[in-house]
Design a protein around this ligand. Structure first.
Ligand code: GLN
Length: 193
């Protein structure tokens, strides 16, 4: 099993370090050609969604990546990655993959609470650390979307079929369980389609 980490901008190195600790092989997606390698799941890291979206289009990666996601490739998206997947961004007109049936709010915690850490329940795993950095949260989910974690009445983790969307950054904490949850999705032990 190989995981592809989108590596055009943002916090992709931390995901790679987590995968190394877990002994999971990975490749980087930096340019169009990289999208034709063989891999079994994709991680969309945090960073700046506007920059990532622009770079993906400039590098001619956007449509291929979207197609892979829409045809069932397992994807774990953190923070900016979640914004890229969302059907709608409530406080921004931009739109990207529109593959995940949620409405997100960008920079939803405002300036003062821009970055913080907490611990909350994650469905099926238990209590986990959650680090938020100028994070979005999910305001609305569609009928096919399972809510996996809530922080202060805000939805911060969801799953729809092959897509896992997280408002926080599990790669920044030592706890491997959310990545492990994704790997189990990739292995098909938690059904993807
Ligand atoms: N604020 C960023 C955005 O809107 C997301 C922050 C993050 O990924 N840590 O794209």
């Amino acid at each position: 099993m190989v995981i592809a980490v989108l590596a055009v901008q943002g916090a992709f190195v931390e995901h790679e370090q987590m995968l190394e600790r877990m002994n999971i092989p990975y490749v980087e997606l930096r340019k169009k050609d990289d999208l034709f390698q063989k891999y079994d799941g994709i991680i969309l890291p945090g960073g700046e969604s506007t920059v990532q979206g622009k770079l993906l289009k400039e590098l001619d990666m956007f449509d291929i990546l979207r197609e892979q996601i829409l045809t069932g490739m397992p994807v774990m998206a953190t923070c900016a990655g979640l914004i890229l997947l969302a059907n709608k961004i409530s406080n921004d007109d931009r739109e990207y993959f529109k593959s995940l049936d949620v409405v997100v709010k960008r920079n939803a915690y405002g300036r003062q609470l821009g970055s913080f850490s907490t611990r909350e329940e994650y469905k099926g795993i238990g209590e986990i650390p959650m680090t938020f950095i100028r994070a979005p949260y999910i305001e609305k989910v569609g009928a096919g979307v399972e809510v996996l974690a809530v922080e202060n009445d805000h939805i911060v983790a969801v799953r729809e079929k092959n897509q896992l969307g997280l408002a926080f950054h599990p790669e920044l904490d030592q706890d491997e369980r959310v990545h492990q949850y994704f790997i189990t999705m990739v292995k098909g032990k938690i059904s993807c389609l």
